[in-house]
Design a protein around this ligand. Structure first.
Ligand SMILES: Cc1cc2nc3c(=O)[nH]c(=O)nc-3n(C[C@H](O)[C@H](O)[C@H](O)COP(=O)(O)O)c2cc1C
Length: 188
């Protein structure tokens, strides 16, 4: 699969099959993150691979009803970092979230290429997961990436979530976010 195909095909889908993700596939996801760029090659990400019932149970228990669909997934990557582990530069440029986000982005594309859904979420009880999995207090639990093979059971999805399964949520007009040469001059 070409990169443009992976970008186009990647979706934050919510219907998962319960079949496990093989270890070799998990290794590929890890490699995609390891090779990602980071400020000064600091590699500030720390990731817990949750696939056994103990760690999955702790994560699943932290999910609100709206993210209940994630309880069907057989693999959840718990992505953490901390301020001190990456560049801290002028004008509030603290890079730990940026570098970690880049690594997750690369991993999402690799997952897509291998036929997986990899869906990052922010809706969870971070403190409960940190306690349950022994994550140090000075680390930020940035995202959970809900991973697995696409499935057909949509019983846990709301109407809005069901719609998003079939149609990618709309993006803003390009000129809202992209400027031509000067702040505020819309790219067209
Ligand atoms: C930082 C972040 C947090 C997100 N949190 C949630 C979440 O808590 N629950 C959820 O169902 N989807 C979550 N999503 C998925 C987005 O809703 C989804 O990416 C967006 O609607 C665009 O859809 P697409 O990725 O399929 O193109 C999150 C995505 C990101 C990047």
């Amino acid at each position: 699969m070409n990169v443009d195909e992976a970008i186009d095909k990647r979706r934050a889908l919510r219907a998962f099959d319960t079949r496990p993700v093989p270890d070799g596939v998990i290794t590929e996801l890890i490699e995609a993150m390891r090779l990602s760029p980071s400020c000064n090659n600091n590699q500030p990400w720390r990731v817990i691979v949750a696939r056994d019932q103990g760690s999955l149970g702790a994560v699943r228990a932290s999910l609100p009803r709206g993210n209940g669909w994630a309880t069907r997934a057989p693999l959840i990557l718990v992505v953490c970092s901390r301020l001190e582990d990456d560049c801290k530069l002028s004008d509030r440029r603290d890079y730990f979230l940026f570098s970690t986000g880049l690594a997750v982005g690369e991993m999402l594309l690799r997952a897509t290429e291998m036929g997986l859904t990899a869906h990052p979420i922010a809706g969870y009880d971070a403190l409960a997961i940190k306690e349950g999995l022994g994550i140090p207090a000075d680390h930020v639990l940035i995202t959970l990436v809900i991973c697995g093979y696409p499935g057909t059971d949509v019983s846990m999805l709301s109407d809005k979530q069901l719609m998003a399964e079939v149609e990618r949520p709309a993006r803003l007009p390009v000129g809202d976010n992209f400027f031509d040469g000067r702040w505020g001059r819309p790219w067209s």
